[in-house]
Design a protein around this ligand. Structure first.
Ligand code: AMP
Ligand code: MG
Length: 340
């Protein structure tokens, strides 16, 4: 299960721990790296531990937790809790697990905060997007109208661990937030197993805890504005970073590129060509906000980000002939040379 010591991330993010030296003494801790596929992406875990056996035990428990969360939130699995929820009568309150209720509560919070740019009920539209990708054809107008009527976070009632979906055909979709949540939960499992300094990367959604021994933080590379430029490096501790964009998942129809992120207002995949990086206290938040800012666009997205504590974002816009970059006011402080 153990892998080499260099980590390279998806979504053009790379992390390594050759971070800035500080005056801290060395601690006898060693670095161990692991990878396993989960939630359709490679999950990577890097930990600092006193022994290989302690690192193996902790990472095994963390991967187990991630696998369990996949069985709760994957809409590709026919047996997952989110898939099973569709089989209940609309309007009937249904008991869900604590994990499900916890992430649904957080998701409804981000849905409200972003006024539905991130919307956990976007499932019927995502289904239409997947169909469009298979057929290379956009949905008919009436199909789209119908799918839109089955979306809307205001149609979900969560009461403790009971969920009520008001409208027939509603589908919850945790695709924009579950990987981040899994990274947060994995970090908690590592902490409980005595690991204070760790990085968990779920395909570009990254949560990190304390810095590596003697370092100021974990180094996370982000995409440069132009490929020939050096990649800016974020130096981070006790927080999270996530990236959303259309680089890998899109469909091209009639010469137009539609991202896998759906704009709940139009019902269609985004055509705006943004790459959004979000930094937040948790990977759940970073994952949700990277997706939300993609939908809101740089101006409105960064306004929401500015209002959220501990949250920063960088937006690269590739829609014009030359790329454009905008960021929230504190983002440059996270970059090692201050130049994002
Ligand atoms: P991410 O790559 O984190 O931006 O998440 C994209 C995934 O989230 C998609 O594959 C869908 O499953 C789901 N999704 C798409 N659009 C939205 C949206 N507007 N709000 C919430 N989830 C979405
Ligand atoms: Mg996301």
């Amino acid at each position: 299960m153990r892998i080499g010591t260099t980590i390279s991330m998806l979504c053009c993010i790379a992390a390594s721990c050759e971070a800035q030296e500080t005056a801290r003494p060395t601690t006898g801790l060693q670095r161990f790296d692991y990878a396993e596929p989960h939630m359709g992406v490679p999950f990577r875990i890097s930990v600092y531990a006193r022994s290989e056996s302690a690192a193996n035990k902790a990472s095994k428990a963390a991967f187990k937790r991630i696998a369990a969360l996949n069985e709760t939130f994957s809409d590709y699995s026919t047996t997952s809790e989110v898939t099973r929820l569709r089989q209940y009568e609309p309007g009937q309150p249904t008991a869900v697990s604590k994990d499900f209720a916890k992430l649904l509560k957080l998701s409804l919070g981000y849905s409200k905060r972003t006024r539905g740019a991130f919307d956990v009920t976007v499932g019927p539209l995502v289904r239409q997007w997947r169909r469009a990708r298979r057929r290379k054809q956009l949905p008919q107008a009436d199909t789209l109208t119908n799918a839109k009527s089955q979306c809307g976070y205001g149609k979900v009632v969560l009461d403790g661990t009971r969920v009520r979906l008001a409208v027939e055909g509603m589908r919850l979709d945790f695709g924009a937030i579950a990987k981040g949540f899994a990274c947060d939960e994995a970090i908690e499992v590592l902490r409980k197993n005595g690991v204070a300094s760790a990085l968990v990367d779920g395909g570009g959604d990254i949560r990190i805890s304390a810095p590596p021994p003697g370092k100021a933080g974990w180094r996370i590379q982000i995409e440069p504005e132009k490929p020939e430029e050096p990649a800016p490096v974020l130096v981070l501790k006790e927080c999270a970073v996530a990236t959303s964009g259309d680089r890998y998942r899109f469909v091209e129809i009639d010469g137009k590129r539609y991202s896998h992120i759906v704009d709940p207002r139009t019902g269609l995949g985004l055509t705006s060509r943004l790459m959004v990086t979000a930094v937040a206290p948790t990977a759940t938040g970073a994952d949700a906000m990277a997706s939300a800012v993609s939908v809101l666009g740089a101006k409105n997205g960064l306004t929401v980000v500015e209002s959220m504590k501990g949250t920063e974002s960088l937006v690269r816009d590739y829609s014009g002939s030359t790329p454009m970059t905008r960021s929230s006011t504190g983002f440059h402080k996270l970059v090692s040379n201050g130049n994002p």
